[in-house]
Ligand binder design. Structure first.
Ligand SMILES: [Zn+2]
Length: 346
């Protein structure tokens, strides 16, 4: 009986916390991975969080996991990748509501006049007016062969489909969507130099130049420094080139973690203690290397609540979607009651 009561207490009354994962605060033409939240919805979500009054800095939450002092129902806000809108749009809103947040930065994209590769590929495949009729390309020894036929020319119907297609939850809405998904899957597995070479081949096939839409790039180094200066905000690591770590050798993983960490530490003149695995991809080597590199904790994209005693190098996070304040509030309740778990992509 005593043992049973202990189990009940542990299962139902142990303190639990949640970490929220955002990427971009913007309204892009399409959002196949559900990673953009509109500024209006983001503000409504912050209003809900403010009302709930339980947002804590991620460091405090992580310490709680370590020290068994987790504040029950506490929530931490995080952003992945380093999109420029984190600085221009999210920062002022977080300041307005006085809410802390941690920004995980892929340093290879910082201050670069280039888009995150998945965004450029999405724009290129789904929205280029005229593409060739078919593509044959070998990536990573896998042959990708897709005929676009009548979809080579973008029409209004196709454009509309692409604007709303979600790669996670729906089957490809068109041949172009299928092509995007196949290319994304193959490119994601590559080291960056090979990935960029293939991306260039795909641009040449499409007959388009490299796209650099100002809203889709990373923030500048100075913006990151300004962000970090604010007491509400903290910076975390997200590798240099954003590889799917589990698909790479241990030495490659180590290099990605160490170079990212040392660059951020030098640029910001502070110790970087927290890491988020790109695409939520990690294995035993990633965890070991995160520890070796001196990270205190690392975060995945597995949608689960966090409890004391969770492994500090595989802490879960929930991906926040483009929900209104009311929808977001409902979602938080669902997550809290563990009725919903989700995986995220980017
Ligand atoms: Zn990322």
């Amino acid at each position: 009986m005593k043992k049973y009561l202990h189990y009940i207490r542990k299962k139902y009354f142990a303190p639990q916390a949640m970490v929220l994962m955002y990427h971009s605060i913007a309204e892009p033409e399409s959002d196949v991975w559900d990673i953009a939240v509109s500024p209006a919805n983001f503000e409504q979500q912050l209003q809900e969080l403010k009302k709930a009054g339980n947002v804590v800095p991620l460091k405090e939450l992580t310490d709680g996991v370590y020290n068994k002092s987790l504040k029950n129902n506490s929530i931490a806000i995080t952003f992945d990748d380093g999109y420029v809108d984190n600085f221009s749009t999210a920062k002022p809103l977080l300041e307005k509501y006085n809410l802390p947040a941690t920004f995980f930065i892929a340093s290879g994209y910082l201050g670069q006049a280039r888009e995150f590769w998945w965004d450029e590929l999405e724009h290129l495949i789904l929205f280029t007016e005229q593409l060739p009729l078919a593509i044959t390309i070998t990536i990573n020894n896998i042959l990708v062969e897709v005929s676009l036929d009548e979809e080579a020319t973008l029409n209004k119907v196709l454009w509309q489909k692409h604007k709303v297609w979600k790669a996670f939850v729906e089957k490809p809405a068109s041949k172009r969507c299928r092509l995007y998904l196949e290319l994304w899957q193959q490119l994601k597995a590559l080291p960056e130099d090979e990935l960029l070479q293939h991306l260039q081949s795909i641009r040449s096939w499409a007959g388009v130049a490299r796209s650099v839409r100002t809203g889709a790039i990373s923030m500048a180094v100075e913006q990151l420094q300004e962000l970090e200066q604010h007491t509400l905000f903290d910076i975390g690591a997200h590798t240099v080139t954003h590889p799917a770590l589990a698909l790479h050798k241990r030495a490659y993983q180590r290099q990605e973690l160490l170079l990212n960490k040392s660059f951020l530490e030098k640029t910001l003149n502070q110790t970087i203690e927290l890491l988020a695995y790109p695409y939520g991809s990690y294995n035993g080597y990633s965890m070991a290397e995160a520890y070796e590199a001196g990270f205190k904790a690392a975060f995945t994209t597995e949608g689960k609540v966090i409890s004391e005693g969770d492994h500090p190098y595989s802490l879960a996070r929930f991906q926040v979607k483009n929900w209104t304040g009311a929808e977001f509030k409902q979602q938080l309740q669902l997550w809290k009651s563990k009725k919903l778990a989700a995986e995220a992509a980017v």
